[in-house]
Design a protein. Structure first.
Length: 90
């Protein structure tokens, strides 16, 4: 798998950090866009505030199977902390 990650479009600091770290970044523009993300094509999916209902873990399970990449809620985490989580999973 290549170094590809999907990140909610509003997380600008995370997008910049992962692009500078050599990742191909797919921006998630909304729930409909998120439903088209195949988690098997990404190292991780980064979203914010799953409590507000805009993007939820279930959004990434529409293909009928479980997510194969971790879906990480970035709320309260720095880009570096999220990067460390991803590295521990690979």
């Amino acid at each position: 798998m290549g170094r590809r990650i999907a990140i909610e479009n509003s997380l600008h600091d995370y997008i910049d950090f992962f692009e500078k770290s050599g990742y191909e970044v797919n921006k998630i523009l909304g729930a409909e866009d998120a439903g088209n993300i195949q988690s098997s094509d990404c190292d991780a999916v980064i979203i914010s505030d799953t409590e507000d209902g805009s993007l939820e873990l279930s959004t990434f399970l529409r293909s009928g199977g479980p997510a194969t990449a971790p879906v990480i809620d970035a709320t309260g985490k720095t880009p570096e902390e999220v990067f460390d989580i991803i590295k521990k999973n690979h």
